[in-house]
Ligand binder design. Structure first.
Ligand code: SF4
Length: 332
């Protein structure tokens, strides 16, 4: 059976873009693949971005990312869910892969170039990021990796590393394939400037666990079709991010009503946003209630993560034993 792996960055609060682009997908893949779906909060990766990394917040953000995933319905007893730094084999395999990967290939990675271009001093870890990602995936011999299209190059490199290892040391790893969730790239930021992204700051995101009145304040201030200067000006929902959100949160009759009434100025933008907020409330309230319940029992979350790390290590240990043997380390 196929095995799915996905890494989740513990950077800031998860937002609705993460939910529709990834988290919701984890739940359905978990139902399909059971314990062959492996999800990892990649806290080691968080260190590679000095601008976003804060040692005082790392543990809290890692914990919150686990809590948020459980709150949306991911059942840690049915999948393998753990924290990357709790499974040291990730780093061991990463080091072996580092020695199979030309520096030139890593320097050509688009994400590396983008991020490095913003830094005065570039940590070597940022360059090595895709090697660690390859180790994350191949440590479990995962063959299916749900990602956004911005990860295509990294998955290609993972396949290349698997080929190189197999060629050098003998057939060991599958070449994993990327499974794209196109929704991830289409959810606009609430500030109207491109994709919803944590890296653009909180003004861009609608937090999954953000208090609903704060969500409403952001929606209220969100830009709409600039052609609607007055209430009586007809608009075009196809150029309005509020309509994009309606497609995520509202029922079909509401979506159809907005699509018609906006074009003939039959509904004002404030009322349109209020209708949207009703859908947002229906969708987010149960998630937030569940998160509040889970937060009452932090030890249960920690226990689930400890159990997840145990299960992950049970898969990783024999793979690493095979790798060590093939690379030729002295056995005691
Ligand atoms: S009525 Fe709704 S869809 Fe139309 S421009 Fe205003 S907010 Fe956007």
């Amino acid at each position: 059976m196929s095995r799915v792996f996905s890494g989740i960055q513990p950077t800031g609060q998860p937002h609705i873009g993460n939910y529709f682009g990834a988290m919701r997908n984890y739940v359905s893949l978990g139902e399909q693949y059971g314990k062959n779906s492996i999800y990892c909060v990649v806290d080691l990766h968080a260190l590679t971005n000095p601008a976003a990394f804060d040692p005082r917040l790392l543990a809290q953000r890692t914990f919150e990312m686990a809590l948020a995933n459980f709150a949306v319905g991911l059942d840690p007893s049915k999948v393998v869910f753990f924290v990357q730094s709790h499974v040291p084999e990730h780093q061991e395999l990463s080091w072996i892969f580092t020695n199979l990967t030309p520096v030139g290939e890593l320097e050509r990675m688009t994400q590396y170039k983008d991020k490095a271009g913003q830094l005065e001093s570039v940590p070597a870890g940022l360059l090595m990021y895709p090697v660690l990602m390859a180790a994350d995936i191949l440590l479990y011999k995962a063959d299916t990796v749900p990602v956004g299209e911005d990860q295509t190059q990294h998955i290609e490199l993972t396949r290349e590393i698997a080929r190189r290892f197999n060629h050098t040391f003998g057939e060991t790893f599958p070449e994993p394939k990327a499974v794209y969730n196109k929704d991830a790239l289409r959810i606009p930021g609430v500030d109207g400037h491109g994709k919803m992204s944590k890296s653009k700051g909180e003004n861009s995101t609608l937090g999954l666990l953000e208090p609903l009145d704060a969500v409403w304040q952001k929606l209220r201030a969100a830009p709409t079709d600039p052609a609607r200067v007055r209430r009586t000006d007809p608009g075009n929902p196809d150029v309005c991010l509020i309509f994009d959100y309606h497609k995520l949160f509202s029922d079909l009759p509401i979506i159809e009503m907005v699509n018609v009434e906006c074009r003939r100025a039959g509904i004002g933008c404030v009322d349109c946003k209020k209708k949207l907020m009703e859908g947002v409330t229906v969708a987010l309230s149960p998630i937030q209630e569940r998160a509040a319940e889970l937060a009452q029992h932090p030890d249960d979350i920690r226990d689930a993560l400890a159990q997840g790390a145990k299960e992950a290590r049970a898969i990783a240990a024999p793979v690493m034993a095979e790798v060590r043997e093939k690379v030729g380390f002295l056995k005691l």
